[in-house]
Ligand binder design. Sequence first.
Ligand SMILES: Cc1cc2nc3c(=O)[nH]c(=O)nc-3n(C[C@H](O)[C@H](O)[C@H](O)COP(=O)(O)OP(=O)(O)OC[C@H]3O[C@@H](n4cnc5c(N)ncnc54)[C@H](O)[C@@H]3O)c2cc1C
Length: 442
Amino acid sequence: MATATARNGSTATAWRNWAGNVTATPTRVVTPASVGELQEAVRRAAEDGLRVKAVGTGHSFTAAAATDGVLVRPQALAGIRSIDRAAGTVTVAAGTALKDLNRALAAEGLSLTNMGDIMEQTVSGATSTGTHGTGRDSASIAAQIRALELVTADGRLLTCSQKENSEVFSAARVGIGALGIVTAITFAVEPLFFLTAREEPMGFERVTAEFEEHFAENEHFEFYWFPHTGNCNTKRNNRSQGPAAPPGPVSGWIEDELLSNGLFQAVNTLGRAVPATIPAIARVASRALSARTYTDIPYRVFTSPRRVRFVEMEYALPREAVVEALRELRTTVDRSRLRISFPVEVRTAPADDIPLSTASGRDTAYIAVHMYRGTPYRAYFTAAERIFTAHGGRPHWGKVHTRDAEYLSRVYPRFGEFTALRDRLDPDRVFGNDYLRRVLGA
Ligand SMILES: Cc1cc2nc3c(=O)[nH]c(=O)nc-3n(C[C@H](O)[C@H](O)[C@H](O)COP(=O)(O)OP(=O)(O)OC[C@H]3O[C@@H](n4cnc5c(N)ncnc54)[C@H](O)[C@@H]3O)c2cc1C
């Protein structure tokens, strides 16, 4: 990584996201160890005419976190601040990694209600782009926020909840870094519970025909479809009495490490070198997974390691449109010369009340398409995006898409509410970057 010493003595370092498809060269990099230091860094940047951007762990596939100004690293603003058992809340510093939060909560006999597929991200980075898992009744991680603290463009610290600065609270839960730098988040938590996961291979026709039933009968339903095949893998997670019965060390290792990570990596590398092999490999790979049932505490069921690097696009659709959109995607892939080695993931979320949440005001289902890192992805993503946007889709803020403010203002009824607040809180666009200019407008 290239490094250069900037005028305040801090070291500027070329920055790259997890997928490696976004790089940036900030003028300086700061790692504030207190909220006061962060406020000072924001004030100094404004004085120097530099823009400011907080990054998490760089797990976004978009340039949401990229900056040529001052890059604020999260590492020194991390850890649990307090737990309020009576209120059922935990307050954490914004740079805390989700994995550290989950483990600390479990040690206290507590848990978040729902989470995404991995837990490497920071709490602030994950919530800022609307990171979600799958749920019938429980929504994204941001929807579990009860209060937050934000440093605004003038260096002030705002405390926000439904009772205090409620308009800022409402929008800043999914703020894409546009409203200020989040310094702490208070999440709703509940007593630790068990989830029983049932993974089961199922044919495409059956899953799509029965989608609404699987959705209605399970607290958390999702499935993966393997392109070039009629095969899917379904996952149903429901609360149970326990006790914990995780996959045995050998079967867990075979499914999670070998099939999902090690072998998957080898298969993708072969597919990248010789794309014509992909359909045959997909047929074998999609049959290699077998049905299994296991029970564990929530984060061990919801999340798993993802060691194979990829780029991803994900759109939120009205739930009633998802099956039709997926069928259209299958037809498009079948009729094309595309060779896709990654499964397509389908998840759900109930409507929420966050202006820029992808599930804002509508019951939602997500379709995510992936491509192995280093494989050309534009043709596939363009074809998929055409289908998703025809259904009024909303792109995940942290995943590849080509939409701009004009489109987004049509699919988010509360878009204007968010941009008006941004105009008030950050009129000079101290927290701006090229990505925000595209998706929110100047
Ligand atoms: C392997 C993998 C698996 C994934 N799984 C899922 C999944 O299951 N579900 C899902 O929805 N998404 C998923 N994602 C996407 C990912 O959760 C989001 O892109 C998330 O935003 C990344 O968090 P981060 O900490 O890396 O933040 P970054 O990507 O570094 O930053 C994201 C945004 O947050 C802003 N931000 C960061 N910190 C602050 C702060 N303190 N104050 C204000 N703004 C801030 C940044 O400026 C930027 O705009 C996955 C990504 C990868 C690579």
